[in-house]
Design a protein around this ligand. Structure first.
Ligand code: HSE
Length: 303
């Protein structure tokens, strides 16, 4: 089977480990094929380098876990076109994990629910982030915008984003290191004032998604906790400057997942101008960058 696995943007500002959104571009392509023997094989056909030992690859690990849990006698081979840059904050590891869970379920007729697929895919995140955070994998499987309302037991709500919601993603050419490290720099407790700030922001963002109100979504893209901590640790280059640029354009701006990519939300027809301004901004400060002019998209799908 042939699969398309989308990039995803987690957090969207205040929704750390809670909000996720699937993007139309970029996406990975995968081919999954049953093997008669009980092995997982991975081949990188094209794109960014990734670990190819099954137990070190998010998708390989998910496939191994499913083979064990369901006592599957056969195996699987994945051929991967890795277009989503690993360590970019765009859910590269989640895309492979989500595609692997989806493929195993279909190839071996496991009949798993969408939520169960998310739980398996989340195990893959353990390999790359050291924590089974589900925001990227859940949006990679459900598509659109998702809210993780509870982790244990896992509860996910899926909301279709408004159709006028345009997205610009900028990925500056810097290495942030691992997501694991980007989580280690976070505070373990926060002042009540910051909690109040983030609950207000997250609430208006979620309400904006449900009501189809772009202005509310933009207003909600502000975080007093995680982004400042990561920016302070040097993981998010030019954080203040890029937020200021977003304010000038009337766009919502947030760090995408653990960064260094930044996601901007703006009216679809204004995406092009914002993309140029963001690119110029980073280049003027000495960073080359990739820019994606995109929109919310579907979850893992066959083609
Ligand atoms: N919510 C996760 C984090 C997403 O911010 O660490 C990582 O892509």
């Amino acid at each position: 089977m042939r699969l398309r696995a989308p990039a995803t943007s987690a957090n969207l500002g205040p929704g750390f480990d809670v909000f996720g959104m699937a993007l139309k571009e970029p996406y990975d392509l995968l081919e999954a094929e049953k093997l008669p023997e009980k092995v997982v094989q991975l081949e990188l056909v094209e794109g960014y380098p990734i670990p190819l030992k099954p137990e070190e690859n998010t998708g390989g690990y998910v496939a191994l876990e499913m083979m064990n849990d369901f006592d599957i006698r056969g195996g699987v081979k994945f051929r991967i076109w890795k277009n989503i840059k690993p360590g970019s904050g765009l859910g590269s590891s989640a895309a492979t994990a989500a595609a692997a869970a989806y493929a195993m379920n279909k190839l071996y007729d496991l009949g798993l629910s969408t939520q169960k697929l998310v739980e398996y895919a989340a195990r893959g995140e353990l390999v790359s982030a050291g924590a089974a955070h589900v925001d990227n994998v859940a949006s990679a499987i459900y598509g659109g915008f998702i809210i993780i309302s509870s982790r244990n037991p896992l509860r996910i709500y899926s909301v279709t984003p408004p159709s006028d919601l345009g997205v610009v993603v900028v990925l500056p050419d810097v290495e942030k290191g691992s997501t694991r490290r980007a989580r280690e720099v976070l505070p373990s407790s926060i002042p009540l004032q910051k909690l109040v700030h983030n609950v207000g922001a997250a609430s208006v963002l979620a309400a904006g998604m449900a009501l189809g109100d772009l202005e509310m979504i933009k207003e909600g893209m502000r975080d007093a906790v995680v982004e400042p901590a990561r920016s302070g640790a040097g993981i998010i280059p030019e954080y203040e400057g890029v937020r200021e640029l977003g304010r000038r354009f009337g766009a919502g701006i947030a760090v995408s997942g653990a960064g260094p990519a930044v996601i901007a939300v703006i009216e679809r027809e204004r995406r092009g101008k914002l993309a140029t301004a963001l690119k110029d901004f980073y280049q003027s400060r000495g960073y080359e960058c990739l820019v994606y002019v995109t929109e919310p998209g579907p979850g893992v799908s066959e083609f």
